[in-house]
Design a protein around this ligand. Sequence first.
Ligand code: GN1
Ligand code: MG
Length: 342
Amino acid sequence: MEPVVFAAERFGFYTPFFELPTDGLIHKTYKVTANSRTAILQQVNINVFRDTNAVVGNYRLIHSHLERSGTLRVPAMIKTMQGDDTWTDKEGSCWRAFEFIANTYTEALPASSEKIFSAAKCYGQFTSSLSGLDIEKLKPTIPGFHDLSYRYRQLQTAISNANDERLTKSRTLLEKINGRKNLVEFYDSLKTNPEFKIRAMHHDTKLSNILFDKTTGQAACPIDLDTTMPGYFFSDVGDMIRSMISPSDENAPAESVEVNPEIYRAIVSGYESGIGNSFTTAERNEIHKAGMIMLYMQAIRFLADYLSNDTYYKIKYAEQNFDRALNQITLLEKLERFVAPN
Ligand code: GN1
Ligand code: MG
């Protein structure tokens, strides 16, 4: 029997029907249906999320805070038949399950600016709805996740350990990364400026991480909350810009990336309407840096993984992490020309 079938049984789903709803780079996700009940079953990537207690503990806090405030409903966790939040199989894989919220669906790129506006507003509302939650209680599930200085240092370590062939191929991209160190300096300046707050941020704001309501066509709630933890203003609006302004994602060829101005504006205005007064004036003033920071950071992360021989992101062919980094740098260059033309 496949490990996923064993796992489904632990959560009370016998002889289930499986679908693969998403193509994430980290976890394995399945949609399971048995006896007319449907759930989302996930094999957690424990090399990435080493502290699964933190992941589950954060989820419980967020879910109950949102339930009490009545603002957004995120999927409830489903317990195992033994009453646990997770189940570890004999290979050491950690499994967990969520309710599948009926009458919802996910949108794929390219999407209309109305859908993008609604998604952006929903991510903004998510953070503003969590403003009453004591931020100290949310654990960093991946330490240094969106810490740009740390990511930059990781890249330097990857460079020192890289093989010659991969290093030579990466030279142009590395020059472009070095030429934009001002973004790392900007990041460092946030830490000592009280105008930039630490809040609950989702940190993975792809369009596919929003559930839409089939009846209204509007965004209902964010999902994939594993990286919801304390963070800065740029992460969520920036990752939306990063992942949505081009007609397809980071796996597309670099020649095909482009900035869609209407989508860019829908993200910024949607996010601003959702976050409301939570943002300070300084954060509002710097909002156009957000997309650049996230594209820069993601390029660094893909390239560091390429130079480390692909230990982090799932790949389908040998040079994929290099191609992803090239895609992100190309989009960054186009975004720079769009945001600050001269
Ligand atoms: C990973 O696989 P997914 O969509 O959950 C990554 C994000 C990246 C993204 C790039 C935990 O997210 O930070 O932006 O890939 N998540 C983690 O597609 O590293
Ligand atoms: Mg994710």
